[in-house]
Each structure stands twice: as structure tokens, then as C-alpha cells.
Design a protein around this ligand. Structure first.
Ligand code: HEC
Length: 126
């Protein structure tokens, strides 16, 4: 019995060792969630552009306009649930909650304008 279970553990160890390096993108420690930048390049850049600078305003992350809200929470909701009737599909079945939140922060950061809720400049003297 012992020899048998040892044999199976060895097989499993080999499978895990063989699988982990190919599952993780190059340069990334095994077992970590895929970094937002990688996920964005793979899954989002095709529509939203490498810098979030898509030509279509609803798809542009850099113009200071957030159709569905500019908070990380609102952005995460769009990524998670998609926008019905548009090419923006729901990603909640493909990405973990943490990956979605990281992505939301990542795309939020493409917006360097000051005209949005989160980074509204304070009035001098107030
Ligand atoms: C097939 C093309 C496509 C892909 C791929 C795609 N999107 Fe979208 N996305 C859209 C479209 C189209 C809209 C605009 C929806 C609308 O009109 O409200 C949108 C809207 C959004 C918005 C809302 C922007 C705003 O102004 O409120 C966010 C955030 C977003 N996408 C994030 C992502 C992320 C993150 C990914 C990758 C995980 C992704 N999208 C992948 C097409 C895409």
C-alpha cells in the first residue's frame, strides 16, 4: 500500500512540476495570479488599445470620461458583468475577483486627467 501511494504522489509531483512553469507567463513566480498588465495585454488591449486610448469614446480609458462611473468599484463591476448589448462581455467567469479588481485599478490609471470624481483637484484655500 505504502509503495503504491508513494508512486502516485511521485506521479502527481511530476505532473504539477511539469504544468506550473507553462501555466505561468514567463518571468512570473508560479502560483501567483496573472498581473493586470499581462491580462490587459492578452484580453483587453485588442479592443481598448495598448494605452487605453481606443478611438471610440466609450472604450477610451484615457479621456477622463467614464460612461459607467470612474470609481474602481464601478469599473470592476463593468469588467465583471460586461455591458449587455455591446462587445464588452462579462469576465467574471474567466477571471478571479482579485484579477478583476487589479484590472480595474490598472485601467483606471490610464486616465491621467483631473476632471473625474476621484482626482478632482481641491479648490485653493479650501
Ligand atoms: C471585444 C472588444 C472588447 C474587449 C475584448 C474588452 N472590452 Fe471593455 N468595452 C468594450 C466596449 C464596446 C465598451 C463600451 C460599452 C458601452 O458602450 O457602454 C467597453 C467598455 C469597458 C469599460 C467601461 C468604460 C467606461 O467608460 O465606463 C471598462 C472599464 C472596460 N470595458 C474594461 C475592459 C477590460 C478590463 C477588458 C479586458 C478584461 C475589456 N474591457 C475587454 C469592448 C471590449
Amino acid at each position: 500500500m505504502h509503495a503504491r501511494s508513494g508512486f502516485f504522489s511521485a506521479i502527481i509531483a511530476v505532473i504539477v512540476l511539469a504544468w506550473v512553469p507553462t501555466a505561468a507567463p514567463a518571468g512570473q513566480a508560479p502560483g501567483q495570479a496573472t498581473p493586470a498588465a499581462e491580462t490587459y495585454k492578452l484580453r483587453c488591449a485588442v479592443c481598448h488599445g495598448p494605452d487605453g486610448n481606443a478611438q471610440v469614446p466609450e472604450m477610451n480609458f484615457a479621456d477622463g470620461q467614464w460612461k459607467h462611473g470612474s470609481s474602481v468599484k464601478e469599473i470592476a463591476k463593468v469588467i465583471s458583468e460586461g455591458v449587455p448589448g455591446t462587445a464588452m462581455v462579462a469576465f467574471k467567469s474567466q477571471l478571479s475577483e482579485k484579477e478583476i479588481l487589479d484590472l480595474a485599478r490598472y485601467v483606471r490609471a490610464f486616465d491621467k486627467t483631473k476632471g473625474n470624481a476621484k482626482t478632482r483637484p481641491r479648490k485653493p484655500g479650501s
